[in-house]
Design a protein around this ligand. Structure first.
Ligand code: DAH
Length: 336
């Protein structure tokens, strides 16, 4: 019996060592340890082993099984390593990887983030409002009479329901004052929509950043100082800024702000980047009438609405606003 075990073990180990692939290895395992395997068969001879020899023979059988199992495992590791090596042979592992093109923030997003950062440092907090608006928040609350040209179907996108795409982020002024008591010092970056003819300085869907500051005794000096500081922080201390008298229904007096655009290959020209003014007392009265609270009447404040595309144009000397929405990677990759 002992000799049989020894010779079966020897044969088994030799077979395992000679196996060439995983399939051969599995065949060997079944052929040795399986139900009808060589070792299993020898094991059945235990019945006839005299009682006093059983412990010794049993121990030998266990050792043989352990040795065979270990040999199977070891051979499996060798075969797997060979398979792995074959898989990567012919591949130069030191070669640099394929480069994935890296994306970046759109120039509008960059200029918006920078503008928000500066204004937040100055004490403004973020506010928000919907892009689909009602006439009250877009026009009536802001003292814009029903016959004002901006309310015309030719200028505003209306839905059948009577709602509209907000033509200005100034809607957020009304929404904020309805919700909170003065003092108010908010900004709101967001999209606005107009049925404008698209040209080098106009888009029909564009972005603004609205600002509103309401308290007691706010002056035109505060308005000018705040916006000049903001524009110089954004464009540099040498920036030429011009305030021109203008008209908006929701401010009195009102101004437009121009900044010098120095586009590559073009003569410098002033472009309008914002509207602003001292909040018209009629707006405060409208809010108080709507809320039934006397919070705003008697307050003073200033407001502004800045065109973000225009800011980007000045920041980078972009000659045509349409470049910003064409999604041409050759153009956009310059801003990474
Ligand atoms: N909403 C105006 C526009 O889109 C810009 C503007 C002007 C905003 C004066 C204001 C303001 O807040 O006070 O043309």
């Amino acid at each position: 019996m002992k000799d049989k075990i020894a010779s079966v073990q020897q044969a088994a180990l030799a077979r395992i060592a000679a196996v060439a692939d995983m399939k051969g290895l599995e065949d060997a395992r079944v052929g040795i340890l399986g139900k009808k395997g060589s070792l299993t068969q020898v094991q059945q001879g235990m019945r006839d082993v005299p009682k006093e020899e059983k412990p010794a023979v049993g121990a030998m059988l266990n050792e043989a099984r352990a040795a065979i199992t270990a040999a199977l495992e070891a051979r499996k590791g060798e075969l797997q390593a060979a398979l792995d090596a074959a898989l990567v042979s012919g591949i130069d592992l030191t070669m640099p990887g394929a480069e994935l093109p890296e994306g970046g923030l759109h120039p509008i997003s960059q200029v918006r983030d920078e503008a928000v950062r500066i204004l937040r440092r100055m004490g403004f907090t973020l506010s928000d409002g919907p892009e689909i608006e009602d006439e009250w928040h877009c026009f009536d609350a802001l003292n814009t009479p029903a016959d004002h040209p901006a309310r015309n179907e030719k200028d505003t996108f209306y839905f059948d329901s009577g709602k509209l795409l907000r033509t200005q982020t100034s809607t957020v002024q009304a929404r904020t004052m309805e919700k909170q008591a003065p003092p108010v010092r908010i900004i709101c970056p967001g999209s606005a929509f107009r049925r404008d003819a698209i040209d080098a300085t106009h888009l029909s869907a564009f972005n603004q950043i609205e600002g509103l500051y309401v308290d007691k005794a706010v002056s035109v000096g505060d308005l000018k100082g705040t916006l000049e500081y903001f524009l110089k922080a954004l464009f540099g201390s040498e920036t030429a800024v011009r305030f021109r008298p203008h008209f908006f229904p929701f401010t009195e007096p009102s101004f437009e702000i121009d900044v010098l655009l120095q586009a590559t290959g073009q003569a410098p020209r002033w472009i309008e980047i914002a509207g602003c003014g001292m909040v018209n007392p009629a707006v405060f009265e409208n809010i108080d009438k709507a809320t039934g609270k006397q919070l705003y009447t008697g307050c003073t404040g200033f407001a502004f609405g800045i065109g973000l595309e225009r800011l980007a144009m000045i920041r980078w000397g972009i000659r045509d606003i349409r470049l910003l929405i064409e999604n041409d990677v050759r153009f956009l990759s310059q801003f990474h």
